[in-house]
Design a protein around this ligand. Structure first.
Ligand code: OTU
Length: 639
């Protein structure tokens, strides 16, 4: 407690007594959760106690610097901790430049977002990237500056305030696993400063890199082979998991942890409410392992959370870990850390299964795979999404495939063939990303609409095919909206934007076909959104109706478990939601033919008699078998 007195006499000196007391309260409340992971990470180091004091002082400084309006919002969040789990939450993800030119431009588009019912805006990487190729901004050279052409840090804070006015929360990326090699730390390391060389993993020869490379995965095998890069200028091998210009940070060095925490709190004080922590699985390296999902990576996140709760408890942490379910779920906290790690995480498996079911027109694999997912802590939530800026990697395990009579390897191959347009008769148009000849792994790029068949249908002027493509797009979204987590709509999908190959003209982008599905927002096309007879208007209006329906369905609160159920029709996916707010049966027909769910099965699940279909706001007198149109969907609630 001596430290607390020092803080009150120091950084918190100018604050009102009540504000100081609030700090003291949070400090006492979160200290055990701060100390547990930090001891695990750094207690063996000399000067650990002095370092910890400095760290807490940093937190106190951030608290003192936090604008009053944000401190008030913190209180609101603490009083309503489930705000991000509620059914009125709706996310939108876009590149600020591609959506609206600049941050000021984004502010001008707030009415458009409101029209869609958006309450959460994720702006793709916007902190100052290295010049030239920057992996879409995931190579940051300054975390305290905004990308020049987008605006300034003040513009960002202003935009956050404008969004708050409209009850929208701002999310941005924090690329915490690596920096650009142009970052000031990396520059000092290159100049030979041993203090900063210890911010990264640098080796004088191949001894260690060779040992590590025996067990680590290659993430971008087409961009470069191996996880290390040799630099002649300073004669070192540097750990570069992703691109050559992205240097992995060394969190075994407590200075790195402190720097990143300071940056987090700085961004939170600009009004950022959610930080998407990039590539968190890779934050700790251990010889003899794949260097992913190590216990220490979790400890880092837990410590980030507990410390940020003291200064800015309104801040949420979002884990970006595209890893198998048993490794993924712990990012939401497990055991002692349940509810005490990240609040939200991407549900990659659900996304993959949506596309898998669509290609197969069958739902056995999705039903089984989702049934295998461990439960998540009550105060956390999945992010449910159809598409994002990245490729789709076929996260289908051998076990799950085998359980439903499929061969995992062949099924993954089929999916790659189907979505790259190679499979005979496929409607999809996409591209292969990062072919790995050693595993035959082929990930897929392509926009939602193009993968769902809209591009081919438009080219062929085939109206029936266009209709089916629209139905597929809406079906997938109806499921992410009803899943119960926080749904994320990816920019342009609401108007069916197609693949865009203009990236091939830009030498900084041409080598990375993920840009195929990162188009410029087409505002002219968006004008058609009210024209229900146009393809684009049909998609927009269907999604908007569904978003409205979601907001009016409190049973979609994320706290309730969603359990996949067999519908006794192999083409129809069923999801049962049991919530204190009510029971819902979500149905989705993945086939291009009408399907029937037998009455006896509905009755078994407790869904017989008059029901409300919340997705279309209609009453269904289900005393007989239920007919579902091609790619149709229902959100059933008993009257
Ligand atoms: C993330 O993705 C970003 O979403 C990508 O856009 C970046 O290129 C990358 O990090 C580097 O910053 O490999 O294919 O398992 O968890 O971290 C996407 C790897 C990726 C993923 C993820 C990575």
């Amino acid at each position: 407690m001596q430290l607390l007195e020092q803080l009150i006499a120091g950084p918190l000196r100018g604050m009102e007594q009540l504000e100081q007391q609030i700090f003291a309260l949070r400090f006492a409340q979160h200290l055990p959760d701060v100390e547990r992971p930090l001891r695990q990470l750094y207690a063996h180091l000399p000067n650990y106690d002095a370092w910890l004091e400095k760290l807490i002082t940093l937190v106190a400084n951030a608290y003192a610097a936090r604008p009053a309006e944000l401190r008030q919002r913190d209180l609101r969040r603490v009083h309503e901790p489930d705000w991000f789990q509620q059914s009125d939450m709706m996310g939108y993800v876009c590149y600020p430049d591609r959506f609206a030119g600049t941050l000021r431009g984004v502010a001008e588009k707030i009415p458009y977002l409101k029209e869609l019912g958006i309450t959460y805006l994720h702006l793709m990487p916007l902190l100052k990237p290295r010049p030239g190729a920057s992996d879409g901004g995931y190579a940051v050279m300054d975390y305290r500056q905004v990308r020049d052409d987008l605006g300034t840090m003040d513009d960002l804070a202003h935009l956050a305030a404008q969004l708050r006015q409209e009850d929208m929360s701002l999310c941005i990326d924090l690329v915490c696993n690596h920096t650009a090699k142009e970052h000031a730390w990396a520059q000092k390391a290159q100049a030979g400063d041993p203090e900063y060389q210890n911010y990264y993993f640098m080796y004088p020869n191949r001894t260690m890199p060779d040992q590590y490379e025996r067990t680590v995965r290659e993430i971008f095998p087409e961009f470069k082979s191996g996880s290390f890069t040799y630099y002649e200028a300073f004669d070192r091998w540097v750990w570069t998991t992703f691109n050559e210009f992205q240097w992995d940070l060394n969190y075994a060095n407590p200075a790195v942890f402190g720097e990143m925490l300071d940056i987090m709190l700085f961004l939170a004080n600009q009004g950022v409410e959610v930080l998407r922590l990039d590539a968190v699985a890779f934050m700790w390296k251990r010889l003899g392992t794949d260097c992913e999902n190590q216990p220490e990576a979790h400890a880092i996140l837990q410590a980030f959370r507990a410390l940020s709760r003291i200064a800015a408890p309104g801040l949420l942490l979002k884990a970006e870990a595209i890893v198998p379910p048993p490794q993924l779920v712990p990012y939401l906290g497990q055991g002692l850390a349940a509810n005490k790690e990240c609040e939200v995480a991407y549900h990659n498996v659900f996304m993959v299964m949506l596309w898998s079911s669509l290609a197969e027109q069958q739902v056995a694999l999705m039903t089984h795979a989702l049934q295998q997912m461990p439960a998540i802590p009550s105060r956390t939530s999945w992010l449910a999404y159809v598409r994002c800026h990245d490729d789709i990697g076929w996260a289908v395990t051998e076990e799950n495939a085998a359980a439903v009579g499929l061969n995992g390897y062949l099924h993954r191959s089929f999916l790659s063939d189907f979505y790259s347009g190679r499979f005979p008769g496929t409607y999809a148009r996409g591209a292969t990303f990062q072919f790995n000849p050693r595993t035959n792994d082929r990930r897929i790029s392509g926009s939602c609409a193009s993968l769902a068949g809209l591009e081919v249908a438009m080219e062929q002027q085939d109206w029936a095919a266009m209709d089916l493509a629209v139905r597929r797009i809406v079906l997938l979204h109806s499921l992410i909206l009803a899943f119960g987590g926080l749904p994320l709509l990816y920019m342009g999908d609401e108007i069916g934007l197609l693949n865009d190959d203009s990236y091939l003209q830009d030498p900084n982008l041409a080598g990375d076909n993920r840009w195929l599905h990162r188009p410029m927002m087409d505002w002219e096309l968006a004008e058609k959104r009210h024209d229900g007879l146009s393809v684009n208007g049909r998609i927009f209006q269907s999604l908007r109706r569904l978003i409205t329906a979601r907001k009016q369905t409190p049973a979609l609160h994320a706290e309730a478990a969603a359990r996949p159920v067999w519908t006794h029709n192999i083409h129809v996916f069923g999801l049962l939601r049991e919530s204190p707010h009510g029971r819902l049966l979500i149905l989705g027909n993945f086939s291009d033919h009408a399907q029937t769910v037998p009455f006896y099965r509905l009755a078994e699940l407790g869904f017989d008699g008059p029901m409300r279909n919340k997705a279309a706001d209609e009453t269904i007198p289900a005393w007989a078998d239920l007919q579902i149109e091609p790619y149709g969907y229902l959100w059933l609630e008993k009257e």
